[in-house]
Design a protein around this ligand. Structure first.
Ligand code: B12
Ligand code: SF4
Length: 641
């Protein structure tokens, strides 16, 4: 088994493997490249933009509403090769383009390739290694590869999720010289051994290349054991400035910019949900870093770089229960002035009272739990760990730990999902009654078993340079935050009249997303009911809406929450803005159907007025879906079509 530590290597003696693996074509290809390219000891790591460029909105950027994730994967690679004596730079095109938008009002973000060109011209690296993690990045990934290839002065390596599953297209079109699949630490060392100095790393499978034929390297199964810290790599990443240009998610957005950093404890996930690729990509084992290493990295970021917010990147943060509890206890004991969040989601089954206590006491401001669907059968089909009864008992503990903002992740439009199953999701989201129900629209994901037959779609994605992607939050695809109006679709409350056995189209699912979101997260939100926590609602919406500054229903419900919070002047301001932005056919239609126009017209002035007004809206809306609610989860009402 092939093992490497983040900060150094432990290797198997290559001689013991000789004869078992034939990498002669790889060695010959490396030799040919060495003759063709100058080689200058300089490696440039490139992270492609996370911003969706075709719906870019300057106001959102200036409100720090766009993603600004540091290049963690590339930092791990840096740590694994840092002792080899290279001159290394990390170019985070996402950070750089956002920083330019702030610095220069006239900078067009579509001109981001200029930033790459400047780096290539001024620094002239001999190896360029590019990372791409999701479909939105395909266009920029191809652009980076083409530019570097055209310049003809660097050997190209592509890695990350997209490269892993798109090796053939990247290599057939001679865009990249190498594609590294899956985790990169061991593979990049084996590759560099044969492009530069041979340090005798163990051969690894998963390095793909095209020497006239598509091939890959051979070696024992690659197993990355992560340990060590990313401290040295942070010298190449201006982490304290990321908060000035964007955010990790709403949890990291504070009123005044406050430095944030992602952090990873474990890699991999115990589960194998059919719509997710983590198991396929990361392998079936969950591996955690030593607690001491995680704490050392946090301490460095806290003490020396001023980081105050941490976001866990883990897919299964709570897998090693004793270790994570020890980690949280130490964070509490250190008395650091920090907060943290886990927006990627936790597995509810791992959360007991003690865990919740530690989560709250160690500074957690919020986390999500993966629920995905309210339908029992669908939950089994997608292999999500958990049961609805367990999610409900988890929710029953929350009143004793009221501080973290807790959301549930739900997917609408799962493969073959019917209206009946969607109604179960709606019903369960109301029943579990968390601070938020994060509805997302199902996307085809490379490497996820549910989409093993979506090859044509993925091929199209590559050909159109990522142009066909559906966003998991459908309103994000449009800089105005609106859905495309299509008269043939059931909209607003009409979707409760769709036939129970219908499998809705993609476009119809976007409308389902809209209606579920407005009803569950706004009209029925527990924090806007008597006994709720309007302050939690306000904090969340204030940060979410940086990405949707003119969304009138967010403004309207924020105004109601401000009344509950005893801030009538702020409430008035928001209510006026809600009115100003709710004009036009699109929003008028939405406001009329959800009876929000009546709320705007008779805007309440005190808390009782808010409760009464919202109860009145609910009463008017309920006839549209009360039959579904009365029938209960798992049942179709007799009145359904
Ligand atoms: C943080 C994160 C984000 C961040 C961005 C992170 C970034 N740096 O760009 C944000 C929040 C923006 C994001 C968004 C999305 N994400 Co995301 N995200 C993640 C997450 C949770 C962590 C990524 C990470 O830092 N991992 C840790 C590092 C160490 O791993 P790594 O980056 O993969 O790097 C390793 C290898 O990939 C490889 N490698 C990577 N690059 C390179 C380059 C070279 C040259 C080499 C040799 C090797 C190499 O080596 C590294 C070390 O082993 C992953 C899940 C996960 N746990 O990995 C999902 C994940 C990547 N996201 C995913 C998806 C689908 C999305 C979204 C499309 C929607 C969504 N549901 O979240 C959006 C789209 C973006 C957009 N603009 O709207 C999927 C991708 C699946 C797929 N098959 O396409 C993942 C795997 C989650 C999942 N459950 O399926 N994401
Ligand atoms: S969706 Fe979450 S729980 Fe399921 S396999 Fe992926 S990371 Fe694990």
């Amino acid at each position: 088994m092939n093992q490497v530590h983040t900060g150094g290597m432990t290797t198997i003696d290559p001689d013991s493997l000789s004869g078992r693996f034939d990498n002669s074509a790889f060695f010959a290809y490396c030799e040919a490249l060495k003759r063709q390219y100058p080689g200058n000891n300089k490696i440039l790591f490139v992270q492609i933009p996370q911003v969706i460029l075709d719906s870019f909105n300057r106001d959102i950027a200036l409100h720090r509403g766009y993603y600004a994730f540091p290049p963690t994967g590339l930092q791990c690679l840096y740590e694994s090769i840092k002792t080899r004596g290279f001159d290394i730079k990390i170019l985070d095109l996402n950070y750089e383009l956002l920083a330019r938008v702030f610095a220069d009002q006239s900078f067009d973000p579509n001109d981001w390739p200029i930033i790459l060109d400047e780096m290539l011209e001024s620094w002239d690296p001999g190896i360029v290694a590019v990372s791409c993690l999701f479909d939105m990045g395909i266009g920029p990934l191809l652009e980076v590869l083409r530019r570097v290839r055209q310049r003809g002065r660097a050997i190209l390596i592509a890695g990350g999720v997209i490269a892993t599953y798109e090796t053939s297209s990247l290599l057939s079109e001679t865009l990249s010289h190498f594609v590294v699949q899956g985790e990169g630490e061991n593979k990049i060392n084996f590759l560099l051994d044969h492009l530069t100095e041979d340090l005798g790393s163990t051969p690894t499978p998963g390095i793909r290349f095209n020497d006239g034929k598509l091939r890959q390297t051979e070696g024992p199964p690659d197993h990355v054991v992560s340990s060590g810290t990313l401290i040295d790599s942070y010298r190449l990443v201006p982490i304290e400035k990321y908060c000035l240009v964007g955010s990790l998610n709403p949890f990291s957005r504070s009123q005044a910019p406050e430095p944030f950093a992602p952090i990873q404890f474990c890699r991999g996930c115990r589960a194998q949900c059919t719509f997710c690729s983590v198991r396929d990509f990361m392998g079936k084992e969950v591996r955690c870093r030593p607690v001491a290493d995680v704490l050392a990295e946090m301490e460095y970021l806290y003490e020396q770089r001023g980081v105050r917010h941490f976001e866990w990147l883990d897919d299964d943060l709570l897998f090693y229960r004793n270790e994570i509890k020890q980690l949280l206890r130490t964070i509490i004991a250190k008395g650091w002035d920090i907060h943290w969040s886990a927006n990627n989601g936790l597995i509810a089954a791992s959360i007991d009272e003690e865990m919740l206590e530690l989560i709250q006491a160690s500074g957690c401001v919020g986390f999500k739990i993966g629920i995905e669907t309210g339908n029992e059968e669908m939950l089994r089909v997608v292999k999500k760990p958990g049961k609805h009864s367990k999610f409900l008992s988890f929710a029953a503990m929350l009143p004793r730990y009221p501080e973290p903002f807790v959301g549930g992740n739900f997917i609408v439009g799962l493969p073959h999902e019917t209206v009946f199953q969607l109604m179960d999701t709606f019903r369960f989201a109301l029943e579990v009654d968390l601070d938020w129900a994060a509805f997302t629209v199902c996307q085809a994901i490379r490497g996820a078993s549910a989409f093993s037959e979506a090859g044509e779609y993925f091929e199209h994605q590559m050909k159109s340079a990522g142009g066909l992607h559906n966003n998991f939050i459908p309103t994000r695809h449009n800089s105005q935050g609106r859905l495309t109006v299509d008269a043939s679709l059931a909209r607003n409350l009409d979707l409760f009249r769709l036939p129970a056995d219908l499998v809705p189209s993609k476009e119809q699912i976007n409308e389902v997303w809209f209606t579920f979101n407005v009803l569950v997260n706004y009209v029925h939100n527990k924090n806007l009911r008597p006994g709720g926590r309007p302050d939690k609602f306000i904090r969340w919406i204030e940060t979410v809406r940086r990405a949707y500054p003119n969304n009138p229903y967010m403004l309207l419900f924020l105004a109601l929450a401000e009344i509950l919070n005893g801030e009538p002047a702020i409430a008035r301001e928001h209510a006026e803005q809600a009115l100003a932005h709710s004009g036009g056919d699109y929003w008028q239609d939405r406001f009329t159907h959800f009876h929000l126009d009546a709320l705007v017209a008779n805007f309440p002035t005190d808390a009782d007025g808010v409760f009464t007004a919202l109860a009145d809206v609910r009463e008017r809306l309920l006839p549209s879906y009360s039959d579904w609610l009365t029938a209960g989860r798992g049942n179709i009402p007799a009145t359904a079509a």
